[in-house]
Design a protein around this ligand. Structure first.
Ligand code: HMG
Ligand code: MG
Length: 302
């Protein structure tokens, strides 16, 4: 077993974390979260998504949020784009990276982006081409890589197919997502192995929602496979509006604590990270959904 010595965490809290919030979160609060995350040493932040405001009203302020960010050298800012309309709006806001998001399950693809998997690939093709022509890096995400809220268990062959199709259209990085957090280490390993049939280990990342409390274990098994990039969410915020019952991404605090304890470098200042999670949790008037953050905050209070 050889573990990576460095890991990159992409904080998706401002996007995945907040997209599911019912009450509007003002742009200035989202911007404040991005600033605190970069101050805590995160070098990649998924800021927002340029999607239909009718579908996801919380992300309607995407351009305002991107315009308000004080950009820090060495930090990359990514945004989700579902189609050319989203890309055009996104490019005006100068992201470093755009994310096209497909699914390994047909039913989820229909519910989330209103088209089949095959149609989504055709929709992404010009998006990838236009983004790359502008020098913008393109990441792809495969939702429901182990389970789907509508179809149940998803076989690795479905992940492999979408991973191959994304590669064929010029996507540059492949994120494998357990959207509803049903994965366990063996299933997640199989989903990752399916993606790795078409992708190099350095071009694959894990995105684990923590609904059933398996995300740290799933991260650990991926670390053992040599995967060193993960999406995590400050304070464990989040969920997908089209994946009812699924809770947030694994908390950045929980993964950062685990990695620090394993002497794996993330470049993150853990205390500042806890502060960032507390900032957004205070705004939302709830406790951080992170065991590590809760432990630190209790210790501070005591
Ligand atoms: P549609 O209704 O089929 O699209 O939705 P359309 O092309 O027919 O357009 C309908 C209306 O939306 C039109 O406006 C368009 O202009 C507008 P109208 O004429 O009715 O006034 N529109 C847009 N507006 C702004 N930005 C755009 C855009 N596109 C069309 N980009 C569509 C198709 C893809 C747009 C829609 O289904 C959508 O926005 N879906 C996004 C859903 C979403 O954001 N889900 C959450 C993110 S994915 C996720 O969380 C999973 C992830 O975390 C990984 C994991 O955990 O699995 C990434
Ligand atoms: Mg997600």
């Amino acid at each position: 077993m050889s573990l990576p010595t460095k890991v990159k965490l992409v904080d998706v809290g401002p996007r995945d974390g907040l997209q599911n919030e019912k009450e509007p979160v003002p742009a200035e609060i989202k911007i404040g979260l991005v600033h605190r995350l970069q101050d805590a040493g995160l070098t990649e932040i998924e800021v927002t998504s340029f999607v239909s405001p009718k579908w996801v009203p919380q992300m309607a302020d995407a351009a305002e949020v991107m315009a308000g960010i004080r950009r820090k050298a060495g930090v990359r800012y990514s945004v989700l784009v579902p189609n050319m309309k989203g890309l055009e709006a996104a490019l005006a806001s100068r992201p470093d990276e755009v994310v096209v998001f497909g699914a390994a399950s047909e039913a989820f693809s229909q519910r989330n982006i209103n088209c089949s998997i095959a149609e989504s690939i055709e929709r992404f093709r010009p998006v990838v081409e236009a983004a790359r022509a502008q020098g913008v890096f393109v990441r792809g995400a495969i939702s429901c890589a182990v389970g789907c809220p509508y179809e149940g268990e998803v076989p690795p062959s479905s992940v492999e197919r979408v991973a191959r199709l994304m590669k064929d259209i010029g996507v540059q990085h492949m994120g494998v997502a357990d959207t509803i957090g049903v994965g366990t280490p063996t299933k997640v390993r199989r989903a990752m192995e399916a993606a790795l049939k078409h992708w190099a280990i350095d071009d694959v990342s894990g995105h684990f929602h923590d609904t059933y409390g398996q995300a740290a274990a799933n991260t650990l098994i991926c670390l053992e496979m040599g995967i060193w990039q993960y999406d995590t969410s400050s304070a464990g915020l989040g969920g997908c509006p089209y994946a009812k019952g699924a809770t947030g991404n694994v908390a950045t605090e929980d993964v950062a604590y685990m990695l620090r304890g394993m002497d794996i470098d993330t470049g993150i200042d853990f205390d500042k990270l806890v502060d960032a999670g507390k900032y957004i949790s205070d705004f939302l008037q709830r406790k951080p959904n992170s065991r590590a953050a809760t432990a630190v905050l209790n210790k501070r209070a005591g």
